[in-house]
Design a protein around this ligand. Sequence first.
Ligand code: ADP
Length: 269
Amino acid sequence: MSNTDVLSEPTTTDSLITIEQVTLAYPTATGTPVQALLPIDLEIADGTFVSLVGPSGCGKSTLLKILAGLLRQSEGEVRLGGRDLSGPSPDVGVVFQQPVLLPWLTILDNVLLPIRVQKRNVAQHRDRAMDLLRMVGLDGFEKRYPSELSGGMQQRAGIVRALVPNPRILLMDEPFGALDALTREQMNDDLQRIWSEERKTVFFITHSIPEAVYLSDRVLVMSERPGRIVADFSVDIERPRRLDATGDPRFQQTATQIRGLLNARGGID
Ligand code: ADP
């Protein structure tokens, strides 16, 4: 495991996400903009799992929303697969902390909703939706309504909904932040399995350093606002990782380094 403390050298060949000199300033009613991001440079290779940790309000969600095409950066360039990002793309799936399922639709109809919205062939995606529901342990629940499912099950459905269109990139903004500790552990295990089977490129925001280290190939650390990336840790622990990997000295060393860095900068909250 290595702490390079500087960004990885850009990889020109296999980089799926390229962020160059991206800044964001939110306009405000007072006329003084809120500078959320200082220039960010980042390359993310295809198929990697990258987490982002940093203090509350430092700009993590802002960066994720830019990648989702929901916010336009003030300056700089974002390219996905070599093409300029110009708005939400079917190549990008997003999972937020709350899954926001529609209460009047069944779980199956909820996870197929993006296909309907994108006016794609629903029948062709039904099998994939069922396979994914099975993969996350929701088979048998496809005809149920969201209110009949626990919070963890609803979030599983939210992940399936993001995966049904088969995006290359999955953006996850504190997806397990609202779940209890045991459910969260189970979700980490499930997510690792989904990632290894589906090989998506995942950009994952979390407040949990152990969660970031457990799941990721790289953990990025963002400074307090205005956010910039101040460290880039590689996690070279073999996969599949078991939940007891958290006892591995390499795991603990990286987690301790990240915590030390964040504490030195004022903590994570
Ligand atoms: P994080 O995800 O790291 O908690 P955010 O990206 O949500 O942080 O927010 C970064 C900063 O930008 C915060 O100080 C927040 O208050 C501010 N901010 C977020 N959205 C807006 C907005 N729409 N208008 C003005 N300021 C905003």
